[in-house]
Design a protein around this ligand. Structure first.
Ligand SMILES: [Zn+2]
Length: 109
């Protein structure tokens, strides 16, 4: 009886941690896509006139959305793209390790 309860608790713990890791990974990949979009379009805050066409363009924009002029400011945003992408990959790896541990746990019973 007590063993069965421990088994059920184990399954619940593993499932919730696996879901947590994959949820985190999904959020991080979503953040990666948002960062990529922000890198191309620029965030709406802190606008600056484009040096080529004079339209208001975000300071973080890499390319002017009006004339396509390249500002060459990709480094800061690219770092956060890579950072969120790597964190996402690490979370997926953690989730997969948990699944392996879960299978081990199920085999022991
Ligand atoms: Zn422009």
């Amino acid at each position: 009886m007590e063993e069965k309860i421990a088994f059920i608790i184990g399954i619940i713990m593993f499932s919730s941690f696996i879901l947590l890791f994959f949820g985190l990974a999904a959020g991080l990949f979503l953040a990666t896509f948002r960062n990529i979009r922000a890198a191309i379009r620029g965030k709406l805050s802190s606008m600056e006139p484009c040096r080529s066409c004079g339209n208001s363009v975000s300071k973080t924009a890499v390319i002017c959305p009006y004339c396509g002029d390249n500002f060459g400011q990709i480094n800061v945003v690219a770092n956060s793209i890579i950072g969120s992408f790597i964190s996402g990959v690490v979370s997926v790896a953690g989730g997969l390790l948990l699944i392996l541990g879960f299978m081990e746990f199920l085999r022991d019973w």
